[in-house]
Design a protein around this ligand. Sequence first.
Ligand code: PMP
Length: 406
Amino acid sequence: VAAIDWASIRADFPLLDREVHGKPLVYLDSANTGQKPGVVIEAVDDFYRRHNANVSRAVHQLGSEATDAYEASRRKLAAFLNVRADELVLCSGTTFAINLVAYSWALPRLKAGDTILVSRMEHHANIVPWQLVAERTGARIKIAEITPDGALDLDALHAAMTPDVRLLAVTHVSNVLGTVNPVRDICRQARKRGIVTVIDGSQALPHRPVDIAAIGCDFYAFTGHKMCGPTGTGALWARREHLAAMPPFIGGGEMISEVSFDGTVYAAPPHKFEAGTPNIAGFIGLGAAVDYLSTIGMDNIEAREQALLAHLAEELRQVDGLRVFGTAPGKAAVVSFLVEGAHAHDLATLLDLEGVAIRSGQHCAHPLLQWLGVAATCRASLAFYNTHAEVERFVAALCKVRKLLG
Ligand code: PMP
């Protein structure tokens, strides 16, 4: 295998060249949103300059070009994830995708006495929709707890899969702890007990090869903007039998085959769930992102990020009073931390003045932070386009601001 030229890959990302507060930018907030390579920006630009038209409506040339390109992106995503294209509902991202499951699958089915099992480490996008369903149906929510190092407690999880549990919502990779959950085993256990599984893939797809068919879940939700694609793109993968049985969530144009005031016949899935004009340019950009990631290879991306993470862990040993949240083996390149005596927001603000972009706060995971017993953390998240020099610049800046804060 030819060695990968990571310096030239980094040069594909125009934004990473800029300065912030007079310092070269060190972008360590890719878990929040990822940066975009030139090929993605150009694909969006080219669509608006040369092909812009609505999809699935017009017979004219531009209309068919737009439709073909939009549907080609769906097929690229499907191949990337090892699923069928007609099982991928394109939508604005993970939040929409999980709400689609909540409103179309769960709401009509769940009732008082049923339980929704949700892990402690979920993002609010995989908690709040279930609370909305629970409020309306009388179902209750049970929490799958975690171990001190930030892994899912698998014994407790299996024990929690009691006969009243209808649905299990769990993230593939934690956006705070970096924990990679054994979703394949979890889904196998759930399936044996007739529990439907919803996997949040937001933080997995950008960083590792994902074969949804092999995971064996019922639903897999993800977002395009963390995997080099434009914002406002994402998808829900669902088993065909679920899509066939689920009523539409949002009604309107592009999701019907016939409408009259006597009744409406919906289009076949996945279009049944894609009412209205979609983010066409965004999905064309996401198709370009999938091509781009596939060319590098997700195995290579994972290995690169693991090497950067190991370097970061080594460098962080020189920071006095550092507390890292999430140390489960095999974790992804996300490091949540606090430094004794310093507020998370103060650290992030001073690091920004050094050109280093990290996130501070609760990372849309209040229940997890409550469990950790902290009001906020700092989070540095890496991507393959980061460099070893940036890892060192970040830790040097952290040592500097730590001194400033006393
Ligand atoms: N789940 C996880 C684990 C996430 O990290 C995020 C994004 N921070 C989301 C869900 C929500 O994604 P989006 O805002 O793109 O819908």
